[in-house]
Design a binder for this molecule. Structure first.
Ligand code: ATP
Ligand code: MG
Length: 427
């Protein structure tokens, strides 16, 4: 037997039973983004490795151990994108989209990280992200968060909480960082291996440790919120007031630091306890220094990215309907003349009624076999074409789901009106 191939570990096929949830999620998200004035930007899947190293930070999980990096045939180091923000900023600088203007942008697509595959964590996964540039105040932070809250409502997702923190300005964070290092140094016996390594490279990330043995030492650590500079504190308090005024509830989590270096000030995550260990469905924050750091002007930015696999899992678990692709009608054609006429009739019906989902019987078969297929398709109506109908220019229609419904026969040129009315009456 020939060798059977399997998908790469951590890279999933999305089969039709699932893709209907993906479509529903993507359609609703696009509508909500449009309602807030966001425009789509489409970006390459591959960028120079240095772009990610410089933006995400050398001492982060992503850059240290998760990137798919390779040399192309010219020996240039390239990387499959692990996230979308770096490429989006690169594109905006390159195309001059940040000169004296604001931008509200979104992107969607696969991201790649070499992680340990498990439920909710994959090596190819998908995000939809939004980025807003050129607005420094807390109003855009609040708008962006309201957008995500609206999206959960529209999707029928309820078991989520918003966690909010401020990382302060870069200056304030540097001062805090020193205090934090001193605190952890004094307790370095309580630190695990990962944290000891991070102590001098990226001590804030210790606060993000998921190791239960580290909980107490982390809980007792000095809080970043006690070390905010005045500007950051005012920004954070104003943001909270704006969220209160829109009825968006949140929890302040002083340990929320986020895994990427480019954040400053506002950071947030939407988390759920319905997905097990991988409970963050959406994460984001402000990154006012990143654009300049990547060679652009001094332009503030804020954004978020949501994990589509985790959202789809929530939609499926909540029995939310996906996009419905069940055919409305199934066209049965028995006999040579009818089979010949069926294709042309099907095309005419689709011309005149573009919303009609019509599945034509292909591959022949007698009445009984074709009716069985019609039934299996889930269609509401069987459209029937046999010798009699063809010679009379007629079409028989039999309701399949409604046991009271009688079969009727119509002239073919009245079929569209009949179907339009029937579709209009459907739930
Ligand atoms: P974590 O701490 O869970 O590794 P992260 O901070 O690395 O998360 P982000 O880079 O903020 O994640 O990505 C934003 C969102 O994308 C996450 O909240 C999650 O929903 C999703 N996500 C991130 N990595 C993966 C992955 N490997 N598989 C599936 N979804 C992911
Ligand atoms: Mg991660």
């Amino acid at each position: 037997m020939a060798k059977q191939f399997q998908a790469i570990r951590g890279m999933n096929d999305i089969l039709p039973a699932e893709s209907m949830h993906w479509q529903a999620l993507e359609t609703t998200t696009r509508e909500v983004l449009a309602a807030y004035g966001y425009h789509e930007i489409r970006l390459p899947l591959v960028e120079k490795t240095e772009l990610f190293a410089r933006s995400i930070g050398e001492v982060t999980d992503i850059v240290e151990k998760e990137m798919y990096t390779f040399n192309d045939r010219n020996g240039e180091s390239l990387t499959l994108r692990p996230e979308g923000t770096a490429g989006c900023v690169r594109a905006c600088i390159e195309h001059g989209l940040l000169h004296n203007q604001t931008q509200r942008l979104w992107y969607a697509g696969p991201m790649f990280r070499y992680e340990k595959p498990q439920k909710g964590r994959y090596r190819q996964f998908h995000q939809i992200g939004a980025e807003a540039y050129g607005m420094a105040g807390p109003d855009i932070d609040a708008e962006l968060i309201s957008l995500t809250a609206r999206l959960w409502r529209r999707l029928g997702i309820h078991n989520v909480t918003l966690q909010l923190n401020s990382l302060g300005s870069n200056v304030a964070r540097t001062a805090y960082r020193e205090r934090l290092v001193a605190y952890f140094m004094a307790r370095h016996g309580a630190l695990d291996e990962d944290s000891l390594r991070r102590l001098h490279t990226n001590p804030l990330r210790i606060l993000d440790s998921k190791n239960p043995a580290m909980r107490t030492v982390i809980e007792e650590a000095p809080s970043l919120l006690d070390h905010l500079d005045t500007e950051s504190r005012v920004h954070f308090e104003t943001l909270q007031g704006l969220l209160d005024s829109t009825g968006t509830t949140y929890e302040i989590n002083p340990r929320l630091v986020r895994g990427l270096d480019y954040y400053s000030q506002t950071v947030f995550e939407w988390v759920t306890d319905t997905l097990g260990a991988q409970g963050t469905i959406c994460a984001g924050g402000r990154y006012d220094a990143l654009i300049e750091q990547l060679g652009g002007q001094t332009v503030p930015g804020i954004g978020f990215a949501m994990g589509l696999e985790r959202l789809v899992a929530m939609l499926a678990a909540a029995d939310q309907p996906g996009v419905d692709l069940t055919p409305h009608a199934y066209l049965i054609a028995v006999g040579d003349a009818a089979q010949q006429a069926a294709l042309a009739l099907a095309e005419r019906l689709r011309d005149q009624l573009p919303v009609l989902r019509l599945r034509m019987n292909c591959g022949g078969g007698g009445f009984k076999a074709q009716f069985r297929r019609a039934d299996h398709s889930g269609a509401r109506f069987a459209l029937i074409l046999a010798e009699n109908e063809v010679s009379a220019g007629a079409l028989a229609i039999k309701p399949l789901r409604d046991s009271q419904g009688e079969q009727i026969t119509l002239p073919q040129d009245q079929a569209v009106d009949w179907l339009r009315a029937a579709l209009g009456a459907m739930p």
